[in-house]
Design a protein around this ligand. Structure first.
Ligand code: SF4
Length: 261
């Protein structure tokens, strides 16, 4: 097999090749930094078509992005990770959004049911090993779904937590081999909430009960005055991220394990 055939063979069966160099991403980030998120969303769809997708946990950032995609008429598929452990309020919100925006939100599920997970790893794995639980119920389904995608739009914002304070608008995601697109990276809480209220958009009622960040039931608690918005997630473990937003899961596992010691 000559070199060209070898390269073609690798391209067909091996990992996807990055579409953009670091330099190109850096220039795009400079261009987008002070612009409106719409500019990023339109560029994403113009660039990747239906191979760019939006993931949401139905937080305020996700609601904003779904609304902008709807208003712009972009056919960007929307998905969520159903761990089978979400709040009733979250499932109800999903239904409202689908109805209001005539949208069918793609449901990604883990390979293991909760019973199968308990059989294989023990009851309430989220208490014993939350990293493993998140890997099974979030990270693995996401990786499988993104395998044939090019771009992944998220609602990540720098103001959400120390782990997100350096979030760029565009960044290569080597774990999922996609371009990660964070149109709201520079936006603050007030901007998002003003938009939601001004447009009378639905949102999770748990946000009004002291839960600024809502995830799975066992790992979500209210935050206290002065705490960071994500301090209610995995309270007492030192864990701040489930692993889907870290480029290298091994780094996450290492730092999470360290923080629990
Ligand atoms: Fe499991 Fe908690 Fe992670 Fe949900 S957030 S997947 S319950 S460890």
């Amino acid at each position: 097999m000559n070199n060209k055939s070898l390269m073609n063979s690798q391209n067909q069966t091996g990992p996807k090749q990055p579409d953009f160099s670091s330099k190109e991403i850096s220039l795009l980030n400079e261009r987008f930094e002070d612009g409106h998120p719409d500019e990023v969303l339109k560029w994403s769809y113009d660039t990747f078509g239906p191979r760019v997708v939006l993931g949401t946990g139905f937080g305020p950032s996700g609601i904003f992005l779904i609304h902008r995609i709807y208003k712009l008429g972009l056919k960007i598929p929307v998905f969520y990770l159903d761990t089978n452990l979400l709040f009733d309020e979250t499932y109800q919100l999903k239904g409202r959004i689908e109805e209001q925006f005539n949208l069918s939100i793609i449901r990604l599920t883990p390979e293991l049911s909760l019973d199968e997970q308990a059989d294989q790893f023990g009851e309430e794995l989220w208490n014993q090993n939350p990293d493993k639980c998140c890997e099974i119920r979030k990270v693995a389904p996401l990786r499988k779904y993104l395998a044939d995608k090019k771009g992944w739009v998220t609602g990540l914002r720098r103001s959400q937590s120390p782990t997100r304070s350096q979030t760029p608008i565009l960044i290569q995601d080597p774990a999922n081999n996609v371009l990660k697109i964070n149109p709201l990276a520079a936006w603050g809480d007030d901007q998002i909430w003003d938009y939601i209220h001004n447009h009378n958009l639905p949102y999770n009622p748990l946000h009004d009960d002291g839960f600024p960040s809502v995830g799975c039931i066992p790992c979500t608690s209210p935050v206290l005055d002065g705490e960071n918005v994500r301090n209610g997630r995995w309270r007492g473990t030192g864990k701040l991220e489930c692993g889907i937003h870290l480029p290298d899961l091994s780094v996450n596992e290492s730092s999470d394990n360290n923080s629990k010691n």
